[in-house]
Design a binder for this molecule. Structure first.
Ligand code: IFM
Length: 762
């Protein structure tokens, strides 16, 4: 824990004034910058694999060790190191007078400063939002007296890779002013090109010598320093893989050339302009607590930089912060990352869902392999949608034996979660074209899968889902998990609605889809039967809904007690022998998660179940606290809502979650909790929900907050929402095309385009 890490000057930045090597994995992730195409860890400019330096590039999936298919960490073109009068000087140096590492969230720019008696160094780096393949750096040395500076600047291909070497060969060449490194991935033979140029005072620097070994290509530059005269070094790096373009080499050289022409300042200006446009959509302003403002922006920032928007690619559970969780999508993508986009910039939400459409074949292949019909989406989904989750995800750290986890074959809720999101996307955007053209096929195929995965209990005359995992991953091989069964029923019902819509509006297209998926009339009537008869548990006499069959019979202990039973603190708590397996302790929100997705449950039920499950939840997943925060807001547990808000927002900053579990590295940025910050603020504190074209607000702000302000999208209309203690102000953008229906405390009003509505906040 390093809680004092949260320093902020402007409310858009975060900095540290001392380096802690113990926290290098975490801080490298926290201070990183990126643009959805690549993520560059916020390490020092001369960091190497020992310091967890990395530049993770999207769409470079490859398997290094025969087990983990993951994104590659490509050669580091921004590497630069400095010696003054033969003494190494960097952020790692121990005799510094001044040290600062700062991430400016408004422009996604990493700044480093370090200073000793001889010089002051100021560094800026960014991954351009204007030119996605471009990294840029400005490195300014201000000498306090005369001296000799020796710089090593180039490309370091000896990179940190958590599951083995991904590259089979490195070739270095000099192309005009550029250094070019070409490497090829081991499994798929994907070409990767990294082109680099170093400029001294605006001119490509001539190296005293060029040194390259098997994996590294460095120029050595010796420069005389004069007292008080700053030396400005700029670096540009362009990165392309063979998956980006036919001719990645030319593309990299071309981008590099253009960047040199453009110059650092202009590249940074264009990049910053794009960032201001993004913040215009996504920012949430909080008045009354500066720390919470920065925490919020930190999390929003990470949700943004890890989301690929340039192509149909997954949002990784650790984004582009490292290779953990394989750079691949989980259900996190739809349920945690996407809602912010859905309500602010729905084109990105659509892009995410189109990725699921593009990967339907992978989901179908998985279903077939396991003996089912339809689309069973991968638990861990990379480029193609094929299941990337290995059979043995964790190991028993005591015996060293592998654990056969069943995330890949029993965690079936990912499919209905995707269908649920397709329907939500349609409800919020009204995008019929998407629903009919793409959504319908996905929803039908998911419903087919659910039908073939269900079990009809003849005795009880109901459909059940057995042998599965719900969101709570500590309990594998359970039956009738409420979350899963509820989601399945909901999704099949909505699929039938879509079928009805197509029947009325595009019968030919419906026919085509039904034929393509081999969905007969009989199947459609089975869907109808399922909607009536899927078993969804009801509350017991105390009002508590049992998470799955037999849950109440398990030992009723608390997570703190289980901690005391661990033999090794990195033991996996779940299946088959973990400390939580035979107890009621859950890893993460499960029923509470369901309550976040559906507004069908009354306050009393929410309260009773919150009271029951909250003390039994370990929050072993970073996904969990945010869901508790939202429901706590809804039931008026204001302090609890705030407590979980802070817990969720600081998962990465305070490094609270396990970086290694059951022997597997799962560190890096927790993108799901980053996405969830938006939900805590909007669905939780602002009490926003949307049903049948009406926007509802029921705010409950944390005690010391005076105001929150954000922008919402609904069906191509934008509304500015300002909530303070006394009033709720809604401003409809003048360019809106529709009047909006608004409900505040049971009063429904109409908000015309350009109109402002002020109501009392009770
Ligand atoms: O998807 C989650 C899961 O719910 C809990 N374990 C980690 C996964 C990736 O974030």
């Amino acid at each position: 824990m390093f809680e004092n890490n949260l320093n902020s000057e402007a409310l858009f930045d975060l900095y540290e004034t001392g380096y802690d090597p113990e926290q290098a994995v975490t801080t490298g992730s926290n201070y990183m910058f990126g643009n959805g195409y690549m993520g560059y860890r916020g390490t020092h400019p001369d960091a190497t694999k020992e310091h967890f330096a990395a530049c993770i590039v999207s769409d470079t999936y490859d398997t290094a060790d025969g087990k983990w298919n993951e994104l590659c960490n490509v050669p580091n073109g921004l590497f630069i190191s400095l010696s003054i009068n033969n003494n190494q000087l960097s952020g790692f140096s121990e005799d510094l007078n001044h040290y600062k590492r700062q991430i400016k969230l408004d422009t996604a720019t990493l700044c480093n400063e370090f200073e000793n008696d001889q010089v002051k160094v100021q560094v800026e780096r960014f991954a351009s939002l204007d030119q996605l393949h471009l990294l840029a750096m400005k490195y300014v040395i201000t000498p306090k007296n005369q001296g000799d500076a020796n710089l090593v600047s180039g490309i370091d291909g000896d990179v940190w890779s958590i599951n083995g070497e991904h590259f089979q060969e490195f070739r270095v060449s000099k192309e005009a002013d550029a250094l070019l490194m070409h490497t090829v991935t081991k499994e798929l033979g994907t070409d990767i090109y990294v082109a680099e140029c170093t400029l001294i005072d605006g001119v490509p620097g001539t190296a005293d010598s060029l040194e390259s070994n098997e994996k590294q290509a460095f120029r050595k530059l010796s420069i005389k320093l004069s007292e008080g005269e700053p030396l400005i070094i700029e670096k540009f790096v362009a990165i392309y893989s063979g998956n980006d373009t036919e001719d990645p080499k030319s593309a990299a050289l071309q981008d590099l050339h253009e960047a040199i022409q453009q110059g650092y300042q202009s590249a940074h200006d264009r990049h910053s302009l794009k960032w201001s446009e993004l913040w215009n959509s996504y920012d949430i302003q909080i008045q009354g607590n500066d720390r919470d403002q920065t925490l919020t922006r930190f999390n929003l920032y990470h949700n943004i930089i890890h989301t690929p928007t340039h192509a149909l690619l997954p949002v990784g559970a650790r984004g582009l912060s490292c290779q953990a969780y394989q750079g691949a999508a989980f259900w996190d993508q739809e349920i945690f990352n996407l809602p912010m986009y859905l309500y602010t910039n729905p084109a990105i939400a659509k892009n995410i869902l189109m990725y699921r459409y593009q990967t339907l074949e992978g989901a179908r292949g998985k279903a077939r392999k396991l003996g089912y019909r339809g689309a069973f989406y991968a638990w861990i989904s990379g480029k193609t949608g094929a299941e990337l989750c290995p059979d043995f995800f964790f190991k028993d750290v005591i015996s060293g034996r592998k654990i056969r986890n069943h995330f890949n074959c029993w965690q079936i809720h990912v499919s209905p979660d995707i269908a649920y999101t397709i329907w939500r996307y349609y409800e919020v955007t009204g995008d019929k074209q998407f629903l009919q053209q793409y959504g319908a096929e996905m929803m039908l195929d998911i419903s087919l899968f659910l039908m073939s995965r269900s079990f009809y209990n003849v005795d009880k005359q109901r459909y059940e889902f057995i042998r599965l995992l719900g969101p709570d991953e500590y309990h594998e091989n359970v039956d009738n998990n409420v979350f899963t069964n509820y989601q399945a029923r909901y999704v099949i019902e909505k699929t039938l609605d879509v079928v009805g819509q197509l029947k009325a509006e595009r019968p030919d297209h419906l026919q085509q889809v039904l034929e393509k998926l081999d969905v007969s009339e009989e199947v459609l009537s089975t869907f109808e039967d399922m909607v009536r008869k899927i078993y969804v548990k009801v509350p017991n006499n105390d009002g508590v809904i049992e998470q799955f069959d037999g849950y109440f019979d398990l030992e009723d202990v608390r997570p703190e007690i289980l901690k005391g039973r661990l033999i090794d603190k990195s033991e996996y708590w779940g299946w088959p022998n973990g400390v939580a397996v035979h107890t009621q302790v859950l890893k993460q929100a499960d029923l509470i998660q369901l309550f976040v997705l559906h507004d069908d449950f009354d306050q009393e039920l929410l309260k009773t179940n919150f009271d029951y499950y909250e003390p039994r939840t370990e929050h072993g997943s970073s996904l969990s606290p945010a869901m508790y925060s939202i429901i706590a807001s809804k039931i008026g547990y204001r302090d609890m809502a705030y407590k979980y808000f802070v817990k969720s927002c600081t998962v990465d900053l305070y490094n609270t979650n396990k970086a290694v579990s059951g022997g597997t590295f799962i560190g890096g940025i927790h993108t799901a909790s980053c996405g969830a910050v938006w939900q805590m603020l909007v669905f939780g504190f602002a009490g926003f929900s949307e049903h049948h074209d009406t926007l509802y607000f029921k705010p409950s702000l944390p005690k010391d907050w005076h105001q929150i302000r954000f922008k919402l999208h609904h069906r191509l209309n934008f509304v500015h929402v300002t909530i303070d203690r006394e009033q709720i102000v809604l401003e409809s953008a003048p360019e809106n095309k529709d009047a909006l229906s608004i409900d505040i405390a049971g009063n429904t009003r109409t908000l015309e385009p350009g109109q402002r509505l002020t109501t009392v906040n009770h």
